[in-house]
Design a protein around this ligand. Structure first.
Ligand code: NAG
Ligand code: NAG
Length: 280
């Protein structure tokens, strides 16, 4: 009798274990890291119920349910609870994916977005996945460019810093990219800028020998792009270097050295315009 009991217990444990490892019902949630007040985002929950049916799929914000899909509820399979923090709408629902649109967000829409999937009778297996979203109360402002001068001499070092106008106390850090003449600047010209030795990079420094600029015709457009997810803002400066005739007449083709992949035709036009000006 005792032996049978043990076998039953072992079997039970084995089943529980197998249940835990036989693939995920709930495969993924997609929630953006951040959003802006008043903005809209999509959140998705991907699930896979090959072996069993779906009993319910629910979305929670900070543990408060705001969406529920129960296929067996014939009258009202989808129920969305209104909240003052945001508005939720279902924008698509398939056998494997539910996507909601979240609009009219307030900062209180920040927090945890959790999807919960429950399988049908008899297992009622339940899985949840969640992700955090921060709702920022101000739109991104264009980055600051610090240290630009009106004109450089060809032996100068051009050193510009680009940084966000304001640093959010918490939440995601925007990425910063420098462009020269519309192309990403060569990697050796760019370095992270830190306020303190161990701080997170607070910006990006562009460091170009001014002697490179005459080759592009004496002036170059430096642009800094700040990117947070799908949001982008930019600022730019035109860098001018006093041209000595001999230094660029010979070699404006080697302007290719400044950019990772230059648009030669643009460089040629810039070069020709400068040549024409010089002749006047
Ligand atoms: C949300 O998804 C819809 C439909 O796929 C799409 O048209 C819309 O651009 C998406 N919105 C955002 C903010 O990604
Ligand atoms: C949800 O939680 C986040 C932090 O976990 C908080 O910032 C936010 O205010 C909360 N929102 C509500 C409505 O409880």
């Amino acid at each position: 009798m005792a032996a049978t009991g043990l076998v039953a217990l072992a079997l039970h444990l084995l089943m529980a274990l197998l249940n835990g490892v036989t693939g995920d019902l709930l495969q993924r949630v997609e929630v953006p890291l951040f959003a802006f007040v008043g903005g809209r985002v999509n959140v998705s929950c991907m699930y896979d119920l090959r072996a069993t049916g779906l009993y319910s799929l629910k979305w929670y914000h900070n543990d408060t349910e705001f969406y529920r899909y129960v296929p067996t509820e014939t009258h009202r399979p989808v129920d969305i609870k209104p909240t003052i923090k945001f508005q939720a709408h279902e924008i698509s629902r398939t056998e494997t994916l539910v996507t909601l649109s979240i609009t009219s967000m307030t900062t209180a829409a920040s927090g945890e977005y959790k999807c919960e999937v429950i399988a049908e009778h008899p297992s009622f297996r339940t899985e949840t996945r969640s992700a955090f979203m921060t709702v920022l109360d101000e739109p991104l402002s264009p980055p600051m460019i610090v240290g630009a001068r009106e004109v450089y001499e060809s032996e100068d070092d051009i050193k510009l810093r680009c940084q966000p106008e304001k640093f959010p106390a918490s939440g995601p850090t925007p990425s910063i990219t420098w462009y020269l003449q519309g192309r990403p600047a060569r990697r050796e010209y760019v370095s992270p800028y830190r306020d303190e030795p161990y701080a997170e990079p607070a910006g990006a420094t562009l460091h170009v020998p001014a002697s490179q600029v005459p080759r592009v015709g004496g002036s170059v457009e430096a642009e800094c792009l700040l990117k947070l997810g799908s949001f982008e803002v930019r600022s730019s400066r035109t860098l001018r270097v006093r041209v000595r005739p001999s230094s660029y007449l010979s070699s404006y083709f080697s302007a290719a050295e400044m950019m990772s992949r230059p648009a030669l035709s643009t460089l040629l036009v810039v070069g020709i315009v400068v040549l024409v000006r010089w002749n006047i």
